[in-house]
Design a protein around this ligand. Structure first.
Ligand code: SIN
Length: 473
């Protein structure tokens, strides 16, 4: 909803300032080299999007409108209304469909990598309609599989964010990093029929206030940047305010703002709120924090390379250290663009060097694929909900050693039960992946005995210098 952070050529901004803001939000754990590439290559990647016809909101013929989001020291978010990600995806997907060297296999789930001596040789795909398996032979595999937000019950993520790529890569021997850093978005619609619709931070960037259920503003009591403080701080402030007022939500208030401007600037948010009977020009929007983004993922270098030869990762499935302990708003679409392109460039070069002919993906024979030895009753839907419940109750905005141990106990039992059983459908695979990843996330949370960015432990509230390093599993 927010957009893409980019320092365009203007008097108020520079890649250096964007670099500084990203590092500050990352709470001491950003990888400076990766961040510099991100901010420095931002503008050229945005130019490519213009070339592909992405319709950004424009101030005039050549300058996009720049808006503000939390923890950015200036206006630098370019956007296409309040559905920028969709606009970018729609345009790029349309281009992909015109290319005769790109084959898109829908309803095919990647279930496992085949490696020999830590080198990728193939990827196993499961055909959800025919219930068959194929091994797609390839020396290069790029994971662009998103995050693991669906480990939580209340999340802005779609229900495919089950961490399949990270879990698959882990089974193949890839390193994962920073799994304990999970971002909770402060303002997600709180309505009995919808607890996953985002009320963009850009709304606060345009001057919206937060109010508790008594109608009082409160951010002035928590941070000098008030509503535009870093996300982890705003989320914890809302959590504290909800506790104080014994409520399960707070409000976003734009009622004193120009109604026509806000309706035009946020057409999708306006339409969606109206569909739940909330007219934001006249009444407050009820909101609560919800899981939003995973800073951790498959550990890569600046070219998207993992420790498995031929395996790459980009976007939310990857972790090259640009977000550190807490991602700066609107840096994630940018990450996808910049590092997706870098991998594309490197892989193109490698394939040209290899000079091999690609396999025809339409002409791949079925294989026999055995993923577990024991036939067991597995109620995947139920077990997935149990994992999500444990993660939400104990691995959320505020964590304790005791709660984390309880969550680990519950989730490990599920993982162990599933680990040797025959997986037979999409949901079974997701359950196996989610239980694997949930255990790793919780263990990382237990190990990090401090609070930093998206990881807050009430039993270890301080940020400690000895912990200024990443946890790699
Ligand atoms: C938002 O619009 O608030 C979300 C944007 C982001 O997470 O970067």
């Amino acid at each position: 909803q927010g957009g893409i952070a980019v320092s365009m050529d203007n008097a108020h901004d520079s890649p250096e300032l964007h670099f500084k803001d990203t590092l500050k939000a990352g709470a001491g754990l950003c990888d400076a080299e990766s961040v510099w590439i991100l901010v420095n290559e931002a503008a050229s990647n945005i130019k490519t999007l213009f070339k592909y016809g992405v319709n950004f909101d424009m101030k005039n013929k050549s300058e996009p409108t720049l808006s503000r989001e939390a923890a950015h020291s200036t206006n630098r978010i370019i956007h296409a209304g309040d559905t920028t990600g969709k606009e970018v995806c729609d345009k790029l997907t349309a281009v992909a469909y015109t290319r005769n060297n790109i084959m898109i296999k829908e309803r095919t789930l990647a279930v496992d990598l085949v490696t020999v001596d830590d080198e990728v040789k193939a990827i196993i795909g499961y055909d959800e309609d025919k219930h068959t398996y194929k091994a797609y032979i390839s020396t290069i595999v790029i994971c662009a599989t998103g995050g693991y937000g669906y480990l939580y019950k209340s999340t802005t993520n779609p229900n495919v964010s089950t961490g399949d790529g990270a879990s698959m890569a882990y089974r193949a021997g890839a390193k994962l990093m920073d799994l304990e850093f999970v971002q909770f978005h402060p303002t997600v619609l709180y309505h009995k029929d919808n607890k996953s619709f985002l009320i963009s931070e850009a709304v606060r960037g345009e001057g919206a206030l937060l109010r508790n259920i008594n109608g009082e503003t409160f951010m002035e009591n928590y941070h000098e940047q008030r509503e535009l403080a870093p996300r982890d701080i705003v989320s914890r402030a809302i959590f504290a305010e909800m506790k104080k007022t014994n409520s399960d939500h707070v409000f976003v208030d734009v009622t004193s703002k120009d109604p026509e401007y806000f309706k035009n600037r946020f057409p999708n948010i306006y339409k969606t709120c109206m569909s739940y009977g909330i007219d934001f020009t006249k009444e407050f929007i009820p909101v609560a924090p919800a899981q939003h983004y995973c800073m951790g993922g498959i550990h890569t270098d600046i070219y998207g390379r993992t420790n498995i030869k031929g395996l790459y990762a980009c976007g939310e499935s990857a972790c090259n250290g640009i977000h550190g302990a807490n991602r700066l708003a609107s840096n994630s679409l940018l990450e996808g663009l910049v590092f997706g392109r870098k991998i594309g460039d490197e892989v193109t070069m490698l394939l040209e060097e290899q000079g091999g002919k690609s396999q025809d993906a339409n002409d791949v024979p079925d294989i026999k694929y055995v993923n577990g030895r024991i036939e067991k009753d597995v109620d995947s839907a139920k077990m997935i909900e149990e994992i999500r419940e444990a993660m939400t109750d104990f691995v959320g905005i505020i964590r304790t050693g005791e709660g984390l141990s309880e969550a680990l106990h519950k989730v490990e039992a599920i993982r162990d039960y599933v680990s040797d059983c025959k997986l037979k459908c999409h949901l079974d695979f997701e359950l196996a992946n989610m239980s694997t990843l949930a255990v790793l996330v919780i263990k990382s949370c237990i190990e990090r005995t401090e609070s930093r960015g998206g990881h807050y432990r009430s039993d270890y509230p301080e940020t400690l210098e000895v912990w200024r390093h990443n946890i790699i599993v």
